[in-house]
Design a binder for this molecule. Structure first.
Ligand code: B12
Length: 364
């Protein structure tokens, strides 16, 4: 093992990174092909990110012509994120990866690794969740983990509970070997998905994935709203079901971060929401989408003031929120909800909201 690699490993340990590997910076031709196939078949929905241009995101050399290697690292957020615990009326749930900006720890670790490469005379640039690289493809090639049927990169001890990033570099580090491992006959994640978004072949249909809809503009498809449960952002069900990560989850996740009061979310100002949840990917940084998610959670996990809270949103200037408030009231039911829906019907001008009110009214 050469000196440089030893320093990189020491730096990774210092920053509590839980995986480190090196991949050649050659294009990921098979991944590009798979992404284009998914685009053609509609499985990628309206995803941008790496799907903006798979020819670019699967060929690091197109963005960094000097790239020779990807130094890939992983960090685990479970000890800090904890677990949201069981459902509690009037509260919603944030997936563990987003209870705070857990990417910051990975970023700091990768910046430190880059500094080591630069000190050795090389170039290095950190990429995490960047449109120019499919992070999982780099991690699999570098042997940081293997591809699970839930599409997550899994690693021994931590299972899927990892965030991934890389430093692209011109330093010709010795590549590390890919892991000789797969899920075998295990298919625990597939029935665990509340909306049936995963299939046997390790493919996620993003248009059925709750995590996708939690960060996508527009109305949440009606058939997903009941399985949505109490979620506000992200979904961990296909990770929780994954056997290689279960022991880590039990050992490391003591606290109960990730459970939040729905009335606090629904009563907060734009500024307050962006202050608390600005690290989420929220389209156009518009808090409307966060409130939309919380209204669905409210319909499924109501506290004592749920009807009054939803009824107030029937008068919101934003039609998307009036529509989701109507759905929530239909789900909550009762006379007060019905009265609010009828009052809204009398004044509502938008067709798509009227349609939601009508459906909700016949449900109460
Ligand atoms: C777009 C995106 C999403 C989309 C689409 C996810 C997807 N599966 O593609 C949505 C919004 C749904 C999403 C959700 C989540 N995401 Co996301 N997301 C991304 C992003 C930006 C790009 C992903 C991408 O390009 N996918 C491309 C497709 C082709 O990849 P794939 O589905 O993994 O496809 C491979 C497998 O199907 C495999 N394969 C093919 N055939 C077969 C057959 C078998 C049998 C098997 C086992 C595998 C297999 O090969 C394919 C590639 O060729 C990355 C960041 C980045 N820049 O890379 C983060 C990233 C993938 N997300 C991440 C996380 C944490 C999540 C969530 C867990 C968050 C949450 N709790 O809600 C969920 C998990 C949902 C899931 N099961 O994927 C992490 C994953 C870390 C890890 N350990 O894998 C990443 C890497 C961010 C990061 N930097 O850490 N995400």
């Amino acid at each position: 093992m050469d000196r440089l690699w030893e320093s990189l490993q020491a730096e990774a340990t210092e920053h509590e990174l839980v995986g480190l590997g090196v991949a050649r910076a050659d294009p990921f031709g098979d991944v590009r092909h798979e992404m284009e196939r998914r685009q053609e078949e509609g499985f990628s929905g309206r995803l941008k990110f790496t799907y903006t241009d798979p020819a670019v995101s699967t060929n690091i050399g197109s963005s960094f012509p000097w790239a020779r290697r990807l130094l890939v690292a992983a960090s685990t957020y479970v000890p800090v994120a904890g677990s949201p615990g069981p459902e509690r009326p009037g509260t919603g749930r944030i997936a563990r990866f987003a209870t705070e900006n857990h990417y910051l720890a990975l970023q700091a670790g990768l910046e430190a690794l880059s500094a080591v490469l630069v000190a050795a005379g090389g170039r290095a640039e950190v990429l995490i969740d960047d449109n120019r690289l499919v992070d999982r493809a780099g991690a699999v090639r570098a042997g940081v983990g293997w591809w699970g049927k839930n599409t997550m990169v899994l690693a021994p001890k931590y299972g899927p509970w990892l965030l991934l990033g890389a430093a692209v570099t011109d330093v010709e580090l010795e590549p590390t070997a890919p892991m000789e491992r797969d899920c075998g006959a295990c298919r625990a994640c597939i029935p665990a998905c509340p909306t049936g978004a995963l299939d046997e072949s390790g493919v996620l249909d993003a248009t059925k994935c709750i995590s996708y809809w939690a960060q996508t503009p527009g109305p949440i498809p009606e058939d997903l709203r009941v399985p949505w449960g109490d979620r506000i952002y992200g979904c961990d069900d296909c990770l929780e079901a994954c056997p290689p990560g279960q022991r880590w989850l039990e050992e490391a996740a003591g606290t109960s971060a990730g459970r939040v009061d729905l009335s606090e979310v629904l009563e907060a100002s734009d500024e307050e929401l962006l202050e608390t949840y600005g690290h989420f990917y929220i389209p156009r940084r518009n808090p409307v989408f966060l409130r939309r998610n919380a209204l669905v959670a409210l319909g499924n996990s109501p506290g004592p003031n749920a009807v009054a809270l939803a009824a107030r949103y029937l008068l919101d200037p934003e039609p998307l929120l009036r529509a989701h408030a109507a759905w929530a009231l239909g789900r909550l039911g009762g006379q007060e909800a019905q009265r609010a829906l009828q009052a809204a019907w009398a004044v509502e001008a938008r067709d798509e909201v009227r349609a939601e009110i009508e459906r909700a009214n016949s449900a109460v």
